[in-house]
Design a binder for this molecule. Structure first.
Ligand code: PMP
Length: 401
């Protein structure tokens, strides 16, 4: 029956990377993929992860047995504490459960599959416009339809709060609302605390279900607590919710697929019911989560000294990204590039939404060997002290032409 299978389009980001790799021009710049690079544009193994690697390597008690279906408790609990905060009232009331997932993507998938099975039939999931491209695919895959709420305002190059609130208000009651916990991908624009309060008001009024996706905790501001503020605020207000956690970026464990799905319920009994159902789901999908990456995270999160070192490493990564934002902004100012560019320094996290048009993105690729996604998003991690000037000069020329 294979003759009926149509050819699918290649994944846009991975296709872009392949094009970049095939380019032989020495000036080429890859600001497409969202993986951290050091100032030599090389992958970065966090020093604390190297240390944990070595501890694991020398641990005679480790074996390759299956992990528990939900992952090791020490790992899932520490992960949930990381996002909710040690003294979250939800812990004191035993209203938190968690399950280890295949990185952030798996957390999104497992959460979506759970909602498809148990949430109100026909409920839609509201996604920000724009959002991480995989969100729509993940929800559609489990049979949940998605709709969009306005998020990016091209004229202010900031948040369209009023548009967002109106769309949440107009949506059917008990919709699922997907929110980026921090460092919104792809825009780099996060609501302020006052704006989060207004978002929470509408979500509460309309009985929507808050679904947080948190792929960049500690990576955005360099401060783990600050980046968790929105989630903790929703918990404080008494919402039941999901938080999808990824350790790909903040631990540099991309390929190890270490993730976690944290669930906050209203009662301790509900929490246990939810966990039991998540375990049933997990069993049919992956049986048991992968061990290696989670062991590294487990070690670091549960050891005071390693945890402190991890914080330093996070500072190194977020610091370099903030520095690149500054350098790019200053160079564009120096060149007096037409337009306003403050958003480059105002935005947060790995990505910046430049506001460049698809036509300009195309010229940058074809004439300047600069590779970015069609929506004009750039990964700041693709810039370095060596290429940032060339990058700014190229943007300057394209904007003027
Ligand atoms: N959500 C968002 C918003 C992301 O940007 C990413 C990473 N690109 C993820 C989830 C999940 O990534 P991973 O599966 O590699 O943890």
């Amino acid at each position: 029956f294979f003759q009926q299978i149509p050819q699918a389009a290649p994944d846009a980001i991975f296709h872009l990377t392949a094009q970049y790799q095939a380019d032989t021009d020495p000036r080429k710049v890859n600001v497409g993929v969202g993986a951290y690079r050091d100032d030599n544009l090389k992958p970065y193994i966090l020093p604390v992860v190297k240390k944990a690697d070595s501890i694991l390597f020398h641990n005679q008690n480790l074996d390759h047995e299956y992990q528990p279906i939900a992952g090791q408790k020490t790992y899932t609990k520490a992960s949930s504490k990381l996002i909710l905060g040690e003294d979250s009232p939800a812990f004191q009331q035993n209203r938190v459960v968690a399950i280890q997932t295949i990185s952030g993507t798996g957390a999104n998938h497992t959460a979506a599959a759970f909602l498809a099975k148990f949430h109100k039939k026909g409920a839609i999931c509201l996604l920000s416009k724009p959002t991480w491209a995989n969100h729509k695919a993940i929800f559609n895959n489990v049979g949940i339809q998605v709709a969009e709420y306005p998020y990016w305002n091209p004229s202010t190059r900031g948040l369209d709060l009023e548009g967002m609130l109106a769309a949440l208000e107009d949506a059917p009651e008990e919709s699922i609302v997907l929110l980026h916990a921090c460092a919104h991908n792809p825009t780099g624009v996060d609501p302020t605390r006052e704006q989060w309060q207004r978002i929470a008001d509408v979500v509460q009024k309309k009985k929507h279900f808050p679904f947080f996706d948190c792929a960049y905790q500690g990576f955005a501001s360099g401060n783990l607590d600050q980046d968790a503020w929105a989630v903790r605020y929703f918990v404080e207000r008494g919402f039941e919710l999901f938080v999808c956690q990824s350790f790909a970026k903040n631990f540099g464990l991309y390929g190890e697929r270490a993730g976690n799905l944290t669930v906050v319920t209203r009662t301790a009994e509900q929490a246990q019911h939810v966990l039991s159902q998540l375990e049933i789901l997990q069993r049919s999908e992956i049986s048991n989560p992968p061990a290696y990456g989670s062991r590294i995270v487990d070690l670091v999160l549960n050891d005071k000294q390693l945890y402190a070192e991890w914080n330093d490493n996070l500072g190194t990564m977020s610091g370099r990204i903030i520095e690149m934002r500054k350098r790019l902004f200053e160079k564009l100012q120096q060149l007096q590039t037409p337009g306003t560019w403050n958003h480059i320094v105002d935005q947060i996290g790995m990505f910046s939404f430049t506001g460049l048009s698809p036509a300009q993105v195309k010229v940058l690729k074809e004439q300047y060997h600069i590779y970015m996604t069609d929506n004009g998003r750039i990964s700041m991690a693709g810039l370095s002290s060596k290429n940032v000037d060339y990058f700014a000069e190229s943007i300057d020329k394209v904007v003027r032409s």
